[in-house]
Design a protein around this ligand. Structure first.
Ligand code: GCW
Length: 674
């Protein structure tokens, strides 16, 4: 008799759906022995519980053996002739990762008789953009999971569930609050709350970090200045660090957004990023803390926003302390559906660098669109920079000085029952963790694992749905911003298309025209050395020449301003290719609806309907993007639609009237859409 849970499938059980139910069929738990650690060690105890719940057959041995050469968290699994497994690790967290690794392989029917794993990055970090009032900046899955009002007296069970999900994919650090950080983050009464969360996450090996406001000594501490060279400011940070580490001895450190989008920073006192970062680094160095200092900087006056991080940070190479890592967004602008990689990667060989990905879909249809992000992450990680040690992964995973290596993703998690707003958005949390552990995994393998753990292993389900996931990022690029177009979004919420968006007095680099530069002659941002901003020269050869002269089509309008009638390698003109790709994107979205409908027999009714509803919105939005962009550009170039282009169903004037009010939690309400 099968024991099927009666509860509705709200998606809350993530990729544990089958593992959590497996053990209960057995009635008795298989024996587990522990050597080299106490079975009561909180982390070991979780490993034992997980293995038993998942119904791992036979006797399992857990062996902790200190090994200075092994990376923290690494593990090995071996089996005897009867299939009894031994998990060996240098530390308790390695045992827990080994347990999750064993359970995953067991669930997937994979061989685990000889496994050895070690994480590529030391810190595998989620950045939460969660605010003290419970909202989440660019969060589309409800309110924050951190319940600041209730803490520290009441500790939500969600913290442990969250930590478990993170640990199961190897994520070992969380920055709890928004990079647009309030000074009150560091107030004593708040730190007690942070400690309560840290205590919940610790057994799962998840270290807590905070985003800090650079002006805190002034705004919170009452000092007249936050100048990093001022001794009183330095003393303030040292005391603050001491206070934090008394409460949280394994506190990770600070993430800092400085002199960016109005946030304070060392530049306010004519000090450099390195002077600011080093001052904080010195305050937390005695405790082993790390400063993650963001390179996301750009000034409204610059003719090319894409060049500024490079220009500002490269001259500072070699000036940063060992415990500072420069955190760089994957692309040079801002988490667009497709950007070339940031030229900063590898351009500071004497400085530790880390990648910041966005898991939350600020520019990819929020939690309404199914967009599997592993291909986007891989595109950046695998990119050959022709600098330093080569690929973006190699550069960021290489230890520099005594500090750790790291990788970060902006979380897509909220207090919605299904965590991420869209059932398939869970796959992006999963994919980030898996790639942070092992960047050599393929998108296909990750999609395959996730689908089978989360839904069903039936190949009739897995194969077509996996293909849908693998196609989804390119489909989104096609219906939103093909050929290297970028930032044609509506202002503020960045949800729908508004290539015409402009309000008098606004910063030009916050308007789409700044990026697409459409005029009667052509389209795109000329970033060539020959006639444009010169951004191509920020890349090493042969990329600089490639982007300058024979630019791949996916980056064409990122680096060039071709004429509408120029012909492309596809034998279409720029205008025809644009029409073709927008069309293709709409067709792909429609195709996803059919693929999902065919998957109905394999999916529970609740999650089937939820995803079906979202796919309908996605197709609708794809049409909206198609019509808005093509009609707007046609208005500028006066060219007819190619014969085979699907005709718009909306009018430009109607689309220009669309106003999406920001809904609760920053997710647009849909009543105003055409
Ligand atoms: O992408 C932009 C977002 C802001 C964000 C900023 C950043 C946290 O629109 O919401 O602020 O980037 O990364 O700092």
């Amino acid at each position: 008799l099968l024991c099927i849970p009666a509860a509705a499938e709200d998606g809350h059980s993530l990729w544990f759906r089958h593992a959590d139910n497996a053990g209960m069929h057995h009635g008795t738990y298989s024996p587990i022995s522990v050597t080299g650690a106490k079975a009561s060690n909180p982390t070991i105890a979780i490993a034992i519980d997980e293995l038993q719940r998942a119904g791992i057959p036979g006797t399992t041995r857990l062996v902790v053996k200190k090994d200075k050469k092994a990376a923290p968290g690494s593990y090995a699994i071996e089996c005897d002739a009867d299939g009894n497994a031994t998990i060996k690790a240098p530390d308790a967290i390695g045992i827990l990762y080994g347990a999750y690794g064993l359970i995953r392989r067991h669930q997937l029917g994979q061989d685990y008789r000889s496994v050895s794993e070690s994480p590529a990055y030391g810190l595998r970090v989620l950045n939460h953009w969660d605010n003290p009032d419970g909202t989440v900046e660019r969060g589309y899955a409800g309110q924050s999971i951190w319940k600041w009002d209730e803490l520290p007296d009441s500790v939500s069970p969600i913290y442990k569930e969250y930590a478990r999900a993170c640990a199961s994919v190897g994520i070992n650090a969380a920055v709890l609050n928004n990079v647009n950080a309030k000074p009150a983050t560091l107030a004593s009464d708040n730190l007690v709350k942070v400690k309560a969360i840290a205590d919940e996450l610790r057994p799962y090996g998840v270290q807590v970090f905070l985003s800090v406001n650079f002006a805190s000594p002034k705004a919170l501490g009452g000092l007249p200045t936050a100048d990093p060279l001022d001794p009183a400011v330095q003393a303030w940070w040292k005391n603050k660090a001491a206070e934090i580490y008394r409460l949280i001895p394994d506190f990770g450190g600070f993430l800092v957004k400085a002199n960016s989008e109005g946030e304070p920073g060392p530049g306010d006192y004519d000090r450099s990023h390195s002077q600011g970062a080093n001052m904080l680094a010195d305050a937390i160095a005695p405790y082993g803390g790390t400063i993650m200092w963001r390179a996301f900087v750009y000034k409204p006056s610059s003719p090319d926003r894409a060049m500024q991080a490079y220009d500002e940070f490269v001259p500072l190479d070699g000036e940063f302390r060992d415990n500072v890592i420069i955190q760089i967004k994957n692309g040079p602008v801002d988490f667009q559906p497709r950007e070339p990689f940031s030229p900063l990667f590898g351009a500071m060989p004497r400085t530790a660098q880390m990648i910041e990905f966005q898991i939350t879909q600020e520019y990819l249809g929020h939690s309404n669109h199914l967009v599997f992000l592993a291909p986007l992450f891989k595109e950046c990680l695998d990119q050959q920079t022709y600098r330093d040690v080569g690929t973006v992964t190699a550069i960021t995973a290489k230890p520099r000085g005594k500090g750790p290596t790291a990788i970060a993703g902006v979380a897509n998690i909220g207090d919605d029952a299904n965590w991420c707003g869209h059932d398939f958005a869970q796959a992006n949390w999963y994919a980030f963790g898996r790639l942070a552990w092992d960047p050599s995994l393929s998108s296909e393998q990750i999609a395959d694992e996730w689908l089978r753990l989360t839904f069903s292993s039936d190949p009739a389900f897995v194969e077509p749905v996996k293909q849908m996931m693998l196609d989804s990022r390119e489909a989104c690029v096609n219906y939103m911003m093909p050929l290297g177009l970028h930032h044609t979004f509506a202002g503020n919420h960045h949800y729908g298309p508004e290539p015409w968006y402009y309000v008098p007095g606004i910063r030009l680099d916050w308007t789409p025209m700044y990026y697409h530069k459409a005029d009667s002659a052509g389209l795109g941002f000329d970033r060539t050395v020959a006639t444009g901003s010169g951004a191509t020269a920020q890349y090493a050869e042969p990329l600089a020449s490639l982007y300058e002269n024979e630019c791949p089509m996916e980056y064409l309008l990122w680096f060039h301003h071709p004429a509408w009638t120029d012909s492309l390698p596809t034998d279409r003109t720029v205008w025809e290719e644009l029409c073709h790709r927008f069309d293709l994107g709409v067709q792909q979205a429609r195709g996803f609806q059919k693929t999902w409908d065919a998957a109905q027999p394999y999916v529970d009714p609740e999650r089937f309907a939820a995803v079906q509803d979202k796919l309908k919105i996605q197709t609708h939005d794809a049409q909206w993007w198609h019509d808005a962009c093509l009609l707007y550009f046609q208005d500028i170039n006066g060219l007819p639609f190619p014969a085979d282009t699907e005709r718009p169903v909306y009018t430009l004037s109607a689309l220009k009237k669309v106003r999406i009010p920001l809904g609760l939690y920053g997710c647009p309400t849909r009543d105003m859409l055409p």
